[in-house]
Ligand binder design. Structure first.
Ligand SMILES: NC(=O)C1=CN([C@@H]2O[C@H](COP(=O)(O)OP(=O)(O)OC[C@H]3O[C@@H](n4cnc5c(N)ncnc54)[C@H](OP(=O)(O)O)[C@@H]3O)[C@@H](O)[C@H]2O)C=CC1
Ligand SMILES: O=C(O)C(=O)Cc1c[nH]c2ccccc12
Length: 325
């Protein structure tokens, strides 16, 4: 990497820096894995990260009791397994420690506090022009990286989504997003409304339950809830095994049958299953099945009252129901 001699920070134009290899955007698990792969092949690269640490989603925007909900063998990065003594479902701290050791092992040094503002492919010179704003304390500077390849590893869930809800500004309680939720400790004896029944919604509802709070949940559309494990085997692992021999539709049928054996009819929790099976739904609409880690057992009931003290929000698509215990 070198600066073009004709560029100069004193001019108004941002400084141009040629990168002799790919620019990777994002030092989360995927960005780190890409960097490690390139490092192993001796390919130079630049890894840009807008936060001041690796895996910032994991470090800064997750709740305390978070554990991976798939077994560790499905989360490890290439060529560096989890330590043997790690449990099957590592917790947040263990996962972050693992990522730190991964970066150290491959000697990956991301450029922190560098936020990509735009990335444009210049058809003329067949190069990417990646504009970044770099912050260092109160100093802010602009740089343009020029490279042949761009790896976008910014994550699927990086941007928080807050739905606009009429009248919310008049609500007297606290409203927070799931990414700011840490623990149910502060919610003891409170009524809590959780909006959204994804894995975040389900897990964050369970947490206040464990702190004597009273969570309720808004579920706007149908949802596939599967047990995290079926007879001691992760349902994800089971699904992946079956997919080696069976078509998706049949694996879906088997998964739903086994789920029914374990959880019973989901309608008894006032939830509704989509007409399309869980794997097909994931494949076609990117909608992740919810893995039950004990929330259903708490037997939420339903209400549409909005006089709750706390709100949590979870993010994405369709219709609405509500739960409380
Ligand atoms: N332990 C773990 O490993 C965990 C993993 N994850 C993973 O992280 C990813 C993100 O999960 P998550 O944060 O749950 O996000 P998701 O996008 O999976 O779920 C968001 C949910 O919020 C609902 N929703 C959005 N807007 C509204 C609204 N205005 N009113 C009512 N409901 C609404 C959506 O409903 P609809 O379906 O209608 O769009 C959806 O059910 C997933 O891949 C998940 O598996 C998450 C938590 C824990
Ligand atoms: O955790 C995620 O993001 C997943 O996508 C999990 C998942 C995808 N397909 C499945 C089938 C059965 C159990 C879990 C999953």
């Amino acid at each position: 990497m070198f600066s073009f001699p004709f560029s100069n920070q004193d001019f108004l134009e941002p400084r141009c820096v040629w990168v002799n290899g790919p620019v990777i955007v994002g030092a989360g698990p995927s960005g780190l894995a890409a960097a490690a792969g390139l490092k192993e092949q001796g390919v130079p690269y630049v890894l840009l990260e807008r936060a001041d640490c690796i895996a910032s989603l994991w470090q800064k925007r997750t709740y305390d009791r978070l554990k991976l909900h798939l077994p560790k063998q499905f989360y490890h990065l290439p060529k560096f397994p989890f330590p043997e003594h790690y449990p099957e479902y590592p917790n947040k701290k263990q996962f972050i420690d693992y990522l730190e050791s991964y970066a150290n092992h491959f000697n990956i040094k991301p450029q922190f506090n560098e936020c990509v503002e735009s990335a444009k492919y210049d058809e003329g010179c067949r190069l990417w022009r990646v504009k970044i704003v770099s912050t260092n304390g109160s100093t802010r500077s602009e740089v343009e990286y020029i490279c042949q390849w761009l790896v976008v590893a910014t994550g699927e869930n990086v941007e928080r989504v807050m739905p606009e809800i009429e009248g919310l500004q008049n609500f007297g309680g606290e409203v927070i997003h799931a990414s700011d939720y840490k623990s149910g400790e502060n919610f003891r004896w409170k009524n809590v409304l959780v909006v959204g029944c994804g894995n975040s919604g389900m897990e964050v509802s369970l947490d206040p339950c464990n702190h004597d709070a009273k969570p309720s949940m808004v579920v706007r559309s149908s949802v596939h809830v599967l047990p995290r494990e079926i007879r001691g085997k992760s349902s994800f692992e089971l699904a992946m095994l079956m997919l080696k021999w069976l078509p998706v539709w049949l694996v879906d049928k088997i998964l739903l049958f086994l789920t029914w054996m374990i959880l019973g009819k989901i309608e008894k929790y006032s939830l509704k299953r989509p007409s399309v099976g869980p794997l097909e739904l994931k494949n076609t609409q990117r909608k992740t099945p919810v893995l039950d880690i004990g929330a259903l057992e708490k037997r939420f009931s339903f209400s549409f009252s909005f006089s709750f003290f706390f709100f949590f929000f979870f993010f994405c698509s369709s219709s609405c129901w509500l739960m409380r215990n």
